[in-house]
Design a protein. Structure first.
Ligand code: DLL
Length: 435
């Protein structure tokens, strides 16, 4: 089944024509409604009427996470506040999160895009679908939730945590589909083992997994242990949230909802567009968004756009798996974490030297984060013999980290001079996960 055959199977030429029209409209819209873009376009001597076809996109300026940060919180919002009905936020590189406002039309388009994904995964109105992405500022929970409702399956808004209760519901209600991070899917499998629930005891048959990188090997393990078929779903809050792209039954790349999100691949150093099939940085332009439209947003995700047609009948272009990032963002339990966020917390506390290390690992299929920090000499001398004082200091730092990162980190205080110094570029992350 294809949810919206008109848009998902549009001929290449018709799609380019539609994208060209929409691009012109969005440039006109931001020119008149977002001073940031008006100034950028004026600097480049571009008027909205100079953008006529989709090929003209290369004339437009890029937008970066830094631009969002510099214009925190609402600087890039195009719609008046009275039209914004939802606000989400995701981690920024420093203290400020990235704020994204959605109009009613945006939420409608998002829900439809999500319904397209679920339909491609084989979900129907008969399914009972559990959403176990985080609900809240993160786009995963509400984004998936609205999509399930939009297509008419039954949604169970499980959220994260409460895993045993959730598994009981999965078994007792005959839940057939689940949306969560791939690592949480593996954690569910572990917990099932502990609770003595066998995969034969549950009716799960389809999983919508994304929000973090995962491998084919992880897919096989999840499928084997939960007895379902796992599909990749990709997205980012700045552009929309989950549903920017999705796998079909062929599982050969993910189709992009390119009538709404126009993709380009660029060389992250020269910023030159790269041909189909080559790996580079993925860039998106939102073609229809009202709340916070973005021109040529640099996602920092590295991947390629796949040439050729898909056997499933959809014509919208496919992207390969995310192969890495061109910045230092980590994704820990589905949450984006920048080492610079940890640095800003460490630097804000007198007790510590600016020496820290993030150690990321995966224990029993759950990501763990340990933050090692060197104490200043005088603090070390005064607390060294007092375990209670060390404990208190660890708790203080852990509390501040939790509020900035939104995930718990285990803190380990170190004696001065004990965190390894690197010879070249300083290293702040040891990632022991094999992804
Ligand atoms: O993770 C939105 C989402 C929610 C996608 C649920 C899929 C499912 P952010 O928190 O803004 O939004 O994080 C976006 O996560 O730039 C990628 O680096 C990474 N990412 C998201 N989906 C995938 C995926 C959501 N399927 C960042 N594979 C993106 C690999 C992914 N990485």
């Amino acid at each position: 089944m294809i949810y919206n055959p008109t848009m998902e199977c549009l001929s290449h030429d018709k799609m380019r024509e539609l994208q060209g029209k929409r691009l012109h409209n969005i440039v006109e819209y931001v020119y008149h409604n977002v001073p940031f873009y008006r100034h950028k376009l004026q600097e480049l001597d571009i008027l909205p009427d100079d953008i006529k076809t989709i090929e003209d996109i290369t004339k437009l300026p890029f937008t970066t996470k830094k631009d969002l940060r510099d214009n925190y919180p609402f600087g890039l919002q195009a719609a008046p506040q009275s039209e914004i009905i939802r606000v989400h936020a995701s981690s920024g590189t420093t203290g400020n999160p990235t704020i994204v406002g959605y109009t009613r039309k945006d939420v409608g388009i998002w829900s439809e895009c999500m319904a397209r994904c679920l339909t491609a995964f084989g979900v129907t109105r008969e399914d009972i679908f559990s959403v176990a992405y985080g609900y809240g500022l993160f786009t995963g929970g509400l984004g998936a939730h609205y999509g399930v409702e939009h297509m008419g399956a039954s949604v169970i808004p499980a959220g994260t945590g409460n895993t045993e209760k959730h598994l009981k519901l999965i078994r007792d209600l005959g839940v057939t589909g689940i949306a969560c991070t791939p690592s949480y899917a593996l954690y569910l499998a572990e917990t099932m083992d502990k609770m003595g629930i066998r995969k034969e005891d549950v009716r799960l048959r389809v999983g919508a997994f994304g929000a973090e990188p995962w491998t084919e090997q992880m897919r096989r393990e999840i499928e084997l242990r939960l007895g379902l078929k796992g599909y990749n779903i990709y997205g980012l809050s700045e552009i929309m949230g989950p549903s920017v792209s999705y796998e079909c039954q062929e599982q050969h790349g993910s189709h992009i909802n390119e009538d709404h999100f126009y993709p380009e691949i660029i060389n992250p150093t020269t910023l030159e567009p790269l041909p189909l099939g080559q790996t580079g940085e993925l860039v998106f332009t939102t073609l229809t968004k009202e709340g916070m439209p973005l021109l040529r947003y640099r996602t920092r995700d590295l991947c390629s756009l796949l040439p050729g047609e898909c056997q499933c009948g959809r014509t919208n272009i496919r992207m390969g798996r995310i192969e890495g990032r061109s910045d230092d963002m980590l994704i820990i339990r589905g949450i984006n974490v920048f080492p610079s966020q940890v640095e800003s917390v460490v630097l804000s506390m007198q007790e510590f030297a600016p020496r820290y290390m993030l150690v990321v690992d995966r224990v029993n299929n759950l990501d763990t984060l340990q933050v090692q920090v060197e104490m200043r000499q005088e603090v070390f001398t005064s607390t060294f013999d007092t375990p209670a004082a060390v404990d208190q200091l660890e708790k203080k730092l852990a509390g501040k980290l939790k509020s900035v990162l939104s995930i718990a980190a285990k803190v380990q205080l170190k004696a001065p001079g004990t965190i390894e110094r690197s010879q070249g570029k300083s290293v702040h992350v040891i990632d022991k996960r094999k992804l």
